[in-house]
Design a protein around this ligand. Structure first.
Ligand SMILES: O=C(O)C1=C[C@@H](OP(=O)(O)O)[C@@H](O)[C@H](O)C1
Ligand SMILES: C=C(OP(=O)(O)O)C(=O)O
Length: 441
């Protein structure tokens, strides 16, 4: 898993992007599809599942805990669930690879089952903070022994029955919210999460779809999400919409490479995920949503994106949760905009697969981009439409979004950008380079 041999790549400009692309299934929804199906009683079918390493890590973990998960030749996945409360003790440690979402959500599931699980991960994941999930799950009764600083490897001894809690999220994190709600699935009574700042709501939408008793109300401190355990989940037929985070690379590539005109089909337009589109439109990008529709309980559209001159903006900090994974590619857009773009209030970027503020700063700076680093973001002075100089190195630090963002930067650079390792794209977008070739053919 994701300890692949490094794959260096030098990326040069290739001319305009043209044509139509369908992005792979949304990663957040794919993880949840497998987890919730594995907890339903009966057989679920999943179409459009993202077959990237992160999601495959979730599939392997759910199998190790008793679910039967198979992929048909038609690409449709079938999952026979064990029922809420039915997770089995895995025989070995669960290797979560590079995936924070798998780790934190599964910690939640295990917390209210009477099993003990060791979680491990790659070097990137092993440096990420798990304390944010450890804290509420310990309050619910789980016993957790982590490596120093609340890191992996970590051993979690679940408890049944667990204790229902009301937990106010100290950090805007859909993963922590979901971990508590998932622990609540097998906890008798009402488990509540109070969310002062809204984050992606796929867990809430999907758990309701699976038949859980889950309510969302507005309270004085923010959204109050309540789930009643012990829940019974009914198998579903899920159609996973396209991943807006993966679509973001093509949105920016087409916006910054002159002459580009592409359509990105089937993009999830859930308002908790569309921050990048809002920010790019503020910058003057030409992004037109066509054929807006609903697929599997999520709004979806095709996006036509044409090259347009971009202007610097102050990125509204309140957009951060709805574009948290898109800052690296937004920084690339800012590098060719006219003026100084300031993106702050994004401190969470420091604890992703890499420190995405420092990693992008180093990679862009090495390629001639003028920028300033803050504790919670970057200010970037763009070229005003001219190519960025390029000719430098970019270190991807086991971070798929850095590898893809710097590839897009290379498309708008005067001299090639030498990326040390693009193998991490396998975690979320295995077909990324094939699609790039087709759009620039
Ligand atoms: O819940 C999810 O599926 C995710 C939540 C976000 O993480 P945080 O909850 O840590 O912000 C995001 O960065 C990650 O890619 C996926
Ligand atoms: C942060 C990300 O994922 P995760 O937290 O699941 O590793 C991401 O995909 O950008």
């Amino acid at each position: 898993m994701s300890t692949a041999t490094p794959r260096p790549l030098a990326v040069s400009s290739r001319g305009p992007l043209k044509g139509r692309v369908t992005v792979p299934g949304d990663k957040s929804i794919s993880h949840r599809s497998l987890m919730f199906s594995a907890l339903a009683v009966g057989e679920s079918r999943i179409e459009g599942l993202l077959e990237g390493e992160d999601v495959l890590a979730t599939a392997a973990a759910m199998r190790a805990m008793g679910a039967t998960i198979t992929r048909g030749d038609d690409g449709v996945w079938t999952v026979s669930g064990v029922g809420v409360g039915g997770l089995l003790q895995p025989e070995q440690a669960l290797d979560m690879g590079n995936s924070g979402t798998s780790t934190r959500l599964l910690m939640g599931l295990v917390a209210s089952h009477p099993i003990t699980v060791t979680f491990t991960g790659d070097a990137s994941l092993s440096s990420r903070p798990m304390g944010r999930a450890i804290e509420p799950l310990s309050q619910m009764g789980a016993e957790i022994t982590s490596s120093p600083g609340g890191r992996l490897p970590l051993m979690l001894k679940g408890i049944s029955p667990a204790v229902p809690i009301t937990y106010t999220l100290p950090v805007a994190s859909a993963q922590v919210k979901s971990a508590v709600l998932l622990a609540g699935l097998n906890t008798p009574g009402i488990t509540r999460v109070i969310e002062p700042v809204p984050t992606r709501d796929h867990s809430e939408r999907m758990l309701k779809g699976f038949g859980a008793e889950l309510t969302v109300e507005d309270g004085p401190e923010g959204k109050i999400i309540s789930i009643r355990g012990e829940a019974e989940l009914k198998p579903q037929h899920i159609i996973v919409p396209g991943d807006p985070s993966s679509a973001g690379f093509w949105m920016v590539a087409a916006s910054i490479v002159p002459g580009s005109d592409i359509t990105i089909a089937n993009v999830c337009m859930n308002p908790t995920r569309t921050g990048l589109i809002k920010a790019l439109r503020m910058m003057g990008a030409s992004i037109e949503a066509v054929d807006s529709r609903e697929v599997g309980g999520e709004p979806v559209a095709d996006l036509r994106v044409r090259h347009a001159p971009l202007k610097a903006i102050e990125v509204p900090p309140e957009l951060a949760p709805s574009m948290i994974d898109e800052y690296p590619i937004l920084f690339v857009a800012a590098s060719v905009a006219e003026g100084r773009t300031v993106a702050r209030g994004a401190h969470e970027l420091r604890v992703k697969e890499s420190d995405r503020i420092a990693t992008m700063r180093a990679a862009l700076e090495a390629n001639g981009v003028v920028l300033e680093e803050f504790e919670d973001g970057l200010a970037i002075t763009g070229t005003g439409g001219a190519p960025i100089p390029g000719g430098g190195a970019a270190v991807s630090k086991l971070d798929h979004r850095i590898a893809m963002s710097m590839t897009v930067a290379g498309l708008a650079a005067a001299a090639p950008i030498a990326i040390d390792d693009v193998a991490p794209v396998q975690t979320s977008y295995p077909a990324f380079f094939t699609v790039l070739d087709s759009l620039t053919a």
